[in-house]
Design a protein around this ligand. Sequence first.
Ligand code: ZN
Length: 75
Amino acid sequence: MSGTALPRKPLQVPCPHCRQPSLFAPENPWRPFCSESCRQIDLGAWANGDYRVSASQPRTEPESLTAPPPSEGLF
Ligand SMILES: [Zn+2]
């Protein structure tokens, strides 16, 4: 017992793209992605603006908000 090095516990995180466990360590250059393909696909999605659609989408009010609230007789 001469070393106090921490036990190497492989840290795994879910791949942001395919949700599979990926190794979050220097050995994995694609972290937090599981593989190069997932990383490329995800970056491509960013470039295509897929992730910005929800932010730039025009607001569509759900029907429940446009409908008059049935609270006329409550007051
Ligand atoms: Zn993946």
